[in-house]
Design a protein around this ligand. Structure first.
Ligand SMILES: Cc1ncc(COP(=O)(O)O)c(C=O)c1O
Length: 368
């Protein structure tokens, strides 16, 4: 009965099914050493400077945070060479996605993006009464900008490019994105989700910050959850020109970024050593994992993130369950309708060794 009282758009959502990580967290009470390789977290913890700043911020926990997050906006602005006024800081990039869609999408508006990709675009669009228009990625799992362009009509209000894409780890060429942005009709708001951009290791790679500085109209979204190891703190931001960012400031709740998270993000930006260490280890471990998995007979896409997307040539749900029994939590890709694929976050060297060993045992037993 009470479901009848829900908003229609909420009733149309898929029921929430707790993921492996949640189940594992519950089992953690019994099993020790659960290794989380399902949510693309940073396995090395927050940087020492971030921890120090967060400890300091806790002492001021009785005071509301600065609603404008001015210090962080100022620091990001100086880092990127963009006016701090053009940033909105919020409770993780998830919250930024809420704000973008709540700011722009009326019931019936279409939001075009490729699939498979990050599930929050679909959920937030649906809640606002918008219509998600999901265009397949290319055969090599890249965002298909030409197909997205063809899907645009007078009802399209927003296009979203996830670059690098989650779950496939693929990236597009800067010129491709630039060309697409330049062709867009004026009634379409472009979003560039760069949650994993810090992991791209391509000389001279152009990002959304470059496009904004060139004067292109695009809202760029970033997070402190990945490279900066602050997923549990919840800090993300949007940056765009004054006109595009304005409604996000209006929709945002006043204290959307708490004092500890704000402090942690400031400390993390200062810790260049930590950042470089994480990037170096991620690269080394990615190479190790990809080589070993290919040697085990799996196909692994080139990834520009802190996770890999692996074709295991068989349904991965069973493998993921067996890994979970050994305390290793990964993400089978059946939720993206790619049942033979698995997304694996890059862990510490020890965690990755454990994963490889377990996978070898599981797949060898399956062949006997
Ligand atoms: C592509 C993408 N965008 C946004 C987010 C949200 O990040 P946050 O932890 O800042 O909410 C994620 C998280 O995994 C992501 O993969």
């Amino acid at each position: 009965m009470s479901e009848q009282l829900w908003r229609n758009t909420v009733r149309s959502l898929e029921p929430h099914i707790p993921g492996q990580a949640t189940k594992a967290a519950k089992q953690q009470l019994k099993a020790t050493n659960v290794i989380r390789l399902a949510t693309n977290e940073n396995p090395y913890g927050p940087s020492p400077k971030a921890i120090e700043a967060m400890q300091k911020a806790i002492q001021e926990g009785h005071l509301y945070p600065d609603p404008s997050c001015w210090e962080l906006r100022d620091k990001l602005g100086r880092l990127h060479g963009i006016d701090p006024e053009n940033y909105v800081i919020a409770n993780g990039a998830d919250n930024i996605i809420n704000l973008m869609i709540a700011s722009y999408i009326n019931p019936g508006d279409e939001v075009v993006y490729c699939a498979p990709t990050f599930s929050e675009y679909n959920k937030n669009t649906t809640i606002m009464g918008g219509i998600p228009v999901e265009v397949p990625t290319t055969t090599d799992h890249k965002f298909d900008l030409e197909a997205m362009f063809q899907a645009i009509n007078e009802k399209t209000k927003m296009v979203i490019i996830c670059n690098p894409n989650n779950p496939t780890g693929t990236i597009l060429d800067g010129d491709e994105i630039r060309g697409f942005l330049k062709r867009l009709p004026k009634h379409v708001v472009p979003i560039l989700d760069e949650a994993y951009v810090d992991f791209i290791d391509v000389n001279g790679y152009e990002t959304g910050i470059d496009f904004i500085k060139e004067g292109l109209p695009v809202i760029v979204l970033r997070t402190f959850s990945k490279l900066y190891g602050l997923a549990g703190m919840r800090v993300g931001y949007a940056v765009a020109n004054e006109e595009l960012i304005k409604p996000l400031h209006m929709v945002r709740e006043p204290f959307a970024c708490n004092r500890v998270a704000h402090g942690g993000a400031l400390g993390a930006l200062d810790d260049i050593d930590y950042k470089n260490k994480v990037l170096t280890r991620n690269k080394q471990e990615m190479k190790k994992l990809v080589t070993a998995l290919r040697n085990q007979g799996f196909e692994v896409e080139e990834s520009h993130t802190n996770f890999i997307f692996c074709d295991m040539k068989q349904d991965t749900t069973g493998i993921a369950n067996e890994l979970a029994e050994r305390g290793l939590i990964v993400r089978p890709a059946n939720i993206w309708d790619l049942p033979n694929y698995m997304r694996i976050s890059i862990g510490t060297p020890e965690q990755n060794d454990q994963l490889l060993k377990a996978l070898e045992e599981i797949t060898q037993t399956a062949q006997v």
